[in-house]
Design a protein around this ligand. Sequence first.
Ligand code: ADQ
Length: 756
Amino acid sequence: MAVKNQKAGARPILVASNRLPYTFVRTATGIEQRPSPGGLVAAVEPVLRKRGGTWIGWPGGDLPEGQLDADDAGYRVAAVEMTESEVSRYYHGFSNRTLWPLLHSMTDRARFAVRDWETYVRINERFGEVAVRESDGSEIIWIHDYHLLLAPASIRRERPDARLSFFLHTPFPPYDIFRLLPWDRELLRGMLACDLIGFHVRGYAQNFLDCVERSLGARVNQDEMLVEYGGRTTKIESHPIGIEFDEFEQLAIDAPAASQSRREQVVLGVDRLDYTKGIPERFKAFERLLELHPEHREKVTLLQLAVPSRSQVAEYRNLKREIDETVGRINGRFATSNWSPIRYLYRSVTRKRLAALYRDADVALVTPLRDGMNLVAKEFVACQVGPPGVLVLSKLAGAANTMREVLRVNPYDVDGTAEGLHRALEMGEHERRSRMTALRNRERRDDLEHWVTGFLASAAGSRRSLVPLGDADFEAWLADFLSRRYRLALFLDYDGTLTPLTDHPSKAKLSKKMRGALEACAARDDTDIAVISGRAIEDVKAMVKQPNLTFAGNHGLQIVGTDMPEFIHEDLIHYRERADELCRSLQKLAVGGAWIEAKGPTLTYHYRAVADDVRDKLIEEARSIIQMAGYQDRDAHCAVEARPPIGWDKGRAVLHILRTRYGPAWSESVRVVYVGDDQTDEDAFRFLAGLATTFRVGSPDTSTAATRRLPDVSAVLSLIDWLSRRPESEPTPTPASESTRDSGHTRTRQSTRSQT
Ligand code: ADQ
């Protein structure tokens, strides 16, 4: 699709944000186009005007499809349509009632509703579809903000090579807060589909790195701010947003002078009406100022502008009421016949008017309880073209990270904020000028253009990747866990873990290197290896061909180990004949490349070679035959497994091995590492949660209960190789090994070897 106004040399941009820069509202005279409120539009719209491209977003409800016309803007716009109920669940619901408070660390305000989440998923998919439709593949796709955390993944699925970047305008909270969200991992995975993720400040970026490492098991390099997940590397950067400094400054210069000479000092507050902005707390601090410093009475006025925002959400309506009441109370308490302490305007004003108010204010009181950045602080500074005013800024706004010369306050500390305000009102001209000059110089330099250019240069720049997984990673992940006191019990799945997946199980042979690493690891006195597979036990033994290992076949229904008695699940006997019968019934579906792997008491229906158009039908029939035969059907890689419904899985098999080998107190002497790539390994990951370090191989798009991820079989090889070279453990007799000996089950290899 052609892109208008594209500047020579610069890649076109496709911006996706919840709102289009204009909201289309049906009025008595037709459809009216109104600028959308908020910092995002103020920040990004001028960029598209300059560079050209496409903006996709929600037009605001009243726009019939195909009627969008923003030609004047100089860039294309494409609407993402939503029904009223979708707006209610995706926007008012999940975005504003769940994510907004959570991202601002206001956990007690966050509401979690499954249906809101489901709609959020659907709308993000829709954004993805429109982006894919509008993109010709050459653009930098730039997705904005918390409404669209999943959209990158849906674009990436269709466009594996897209240049995808994301900027979050809110804070990103610490791990302990983000993980309250029942869908935290899905959102993190959605974001990691990007090549670049930008945050306002480094602290938010670090919180994000912490979350992806701890919640997803992604590989993170904190120094280089890189994340590797599912074979893709994402750069994480901080890009503090700026404002159109020159434009605000000019508006302030041009604005008409105030009509009369003022006798009062003016303290200005400008915000969207939002509980994160700390408006009631600000009023209370102002009230405290009047209590502590009565000399300001009748001499200072607080002028508060608030743009109406999210009034469909009950909390915002309640906030409005609270603010109205607080203003009434304070004015009632202090007003005199010719002075009201607070002037409160609940409406939007033009930029021109705003610039004049900024210019003429003596103090800007910007006290959010939490804010991604806060543009008001910067706009105030840009408009200080006359005698300089003072900026009192919350330390909890992102802006406080760079705007060092402000008077910093903690908005939760009412007395402290009142004192900060007092100091601002009393500050002498020299100090005001020194502080304001430094602030203005920085904001002039780090303006909006600087932010956009910096972000887009990074988005267009070369893709980075982490150095291949290696010893340093394993050292960091496992060295403490495997401290020298413990033996290692290493559990390994076979297909997809020790060998890459192949089109037929017989082709999945161990590589020479993998065989060597396994041998080296198994040769250690302090390490026991068990291979645990869905294959029949004889089959997996024949593939691995190594003595001294334990083998578990049929997902652990059968186990043979050098140091333990053979195990066959007692209920299996009932299933041998039934499995033969099931095999016969399924034979009729062994067509078009499908085939049946008979594994004694279980079997697998393989459909990897089956053509797409008949696949679903065959799978459905196979499932139904398996269920009719009284078996459980389970998904495997291009296959359906038929498993006896006897409540046994890889997790239980692992526990059986551990208890039999090392006794019931095994966890005091043994450390468990489990590596697998399959759905059936998830049983073990869940079972071993808290008891082992578990690794899921591949499959970045599926959720996992494993502690960490490994991208592929070669990473498994590096892990086993590292395990074979790690420092020897120094085993000491433990109660666990005593009880093992006493119980007569078996002896640990450690005691066996020390006797030889
Ligand atoms: P917002 O939460 O919307 O932005 P903020 O950065 O303060 O907050 O921007 C508000 C914008 O609205 C400013 O440009 C301001 O001039 C304008 N505005 C406020 N009150 C107004 C009024 N009464 N009339 C007219 N205009 C008014 C989100 C994040 C912020 C982040 C921005 C940009 O929450 O932390 O700074 O995005 O990334």
